[in-house]
Design a protein around this ligand. Structure first.
Ligand code: CAA
Length: 384
């Protein structure tokens, strides 16, 4: 009987990984998080610390030179980094997002070349799906890829691209047959150094200010034909299957941010005295903490269940990935908002990290598909 209960426990190896990443994050990432946000600069210290410890792209399989972390271990790494700095957690998260199309559909040659380069830290990976007029309706994209002899020539603009400019490698979804809508979209690897690639100005955002978000412009970008990921016309399916896996990593980012906020709030209410006693003694405060803890644990359990499905490649991952991302990000927004409330005026200032966490949490309800899109994805699974 007890063995059955063990099935619901995070393995000891994963808890060990958590404590290793937590102590690294507290020592080398947390001290810079406020400045990274304030100056809206790339978290170079976090990048260096993660890369030095092989934590920048843990999902890359050992056969391609990576450390071969499973989906749950990847979630734990992202969660622990996000607990101290949301921007920095986008390093391991977006490296997975950008490279997942290659993992799912790429040729052996592409996998060896690009996953190897990612594992060796020769460059980060970004994912280019959205366009100015094609956000939630991703299949309405206009970026074109036209075959020309042994090459493809790409033209268009991809927007809201996380880590654009700092990444060396980009998976780009582009139309190869305009008559076929989603079945006429193909995926490609584009390199930053390919002539014709340029970047728009950094978006001025509410949160995750340390992670640059820019438009990637493709102006007659000529790439070798073997940079297509999978067969022509399969790019939209690859893009969607990628998001099935990586929405779980956004859920991880959300629960990490929420855990950071809850930890700070708990410390604060123990120390803050009003009416002659710590405010933690008041039941109104206790009930708020209980709700925050309950939502966070429910979000974590759903995220880990989705990670297990991602690892196994289960058929119900699409619904689980959408549900985990949606539930965890909504929970993170509520928990960080309540954490600010518990600190009162102090929570509203930049002297404490809570307002940053609240601003960082907001994006998790928006990117990798808005939570309205997640509800569409999930209800389609229920109704089909
Ligand atoms: N797995 C495999 N195939 C899938 C799939 C999945 N999860 N979802 C859809 N498909 C396939 C369908 O089976 C269908 O294939 P066939 O034509 O062969 O049958 C094809 O894709 C088209 O599917 P739909 O008809 O369902 O497509 P749709 O146009 O109705 O759109 C959608 C569906 C779910 C709304 C989709 O457009 C979507 O997810 N939109 C949100 C986009 C999104 O998440 N963007 C985030 C950008 S990335 C980002 O934010 C990161 C960053 O860097 C900022």
């Amino acid at each position: 009987m007890s063995q059955d209960f063990d099935l619901f426990q995070v393995p000891e190896s994963h808890e060990l990984l958590r404590s290793t990443v937590r102590s690294l994050a507290e020592k080398e990432i947390a001290p810079h998080a406020a400045a990274v946000d304030e100056e809206a600069r790339f978290p170079q210290e976090a990048f260096d610390a993660l890369a030095a410890n092989d934590l920048h792209a843990v999902h890359v399989a050992e056969e391609y030179g990576g450390v071969g972390a499973d989906a749950l271990a990847t979630v734990i790494v992202i969660e622990e980094v996000a607990r101290v700095c949301g921007s920095s957690s986008l390093i391991p998260a977006v490296n997975k997002l950008g490279s997942m199309p290659v993992i799912l559909s790429g040729s052996e040659e592409l996998k060896r070349r690009y996953l190897g380069a990612l594992a060796r830290n020769e460059g980060m990976f970004s994912y280019c799906l959205s366009e100015p007029e094609a956000g939630s309706d991703a299949a309405s994209m206009k970026t074109r890829a036209v075959r020309d002899g042994d090459h493809w020539v790409l033209n268009g603009a991809k927007c809201w691209i996380t880590n654009a400019g700092v990444s060396e490698f980009y998976t780009v979804m582009a139309v190869t047959d305009p008559e076929k809508r989603s079945r006429g979209i193909s995926a490609f690897v584009v390199e930053k150094s390919d002539p014709g690639v340029s970047f728009g100005p950094k978006e001025r955002k509410l949160g995750i200010k340390g992670s640059p978000t820019r438009t990637v412009n493709l102006d007659n970008v000529r790439i070798p034909a073997d940079r297509i990921i999978g067969a022509e016309g399969t790019g939209f399916g690859t893009a969607m299957r990628t998001l099935d896996h990586t929405r779980v990593t956004i859920a991880a980012q959300a629960i990490g941010i929420a855990q950071g906020a809850l930890d700070h709030a708990v410390d604060y209410v123990r120390q803050r005295h009003q009416f002659g006693r710590p405010i933690a003694d008041f039941q109104g405060v206790q009930f708020m903490l209980a709700d925050m803890g309950m939502k966070l644990e429910a979000a974590r359990q759903l995220t880990y269940a989705a990670a297990a499905r991602s690892e196994r490649g289960d058929a119900d991952l699409t619904g689980f990935g959408a549900a985990a991302k949606c539930f965890a990000s909504d929970a993170a927004m509520e928990i960080t908002t309540d954490a600010v409330q518990l600190l009162g005026g102090y929570g509203y200032t930049r002297d404490f990290p809570l307002e940053r966490m609240m601003r960082d949490a907001k994006i998790t309800q928006i990117y990798e598909g808005t939570n309205q899109i997640q509800r569409i994805v999930l209800s389609r699974q229920l109704l089909k």
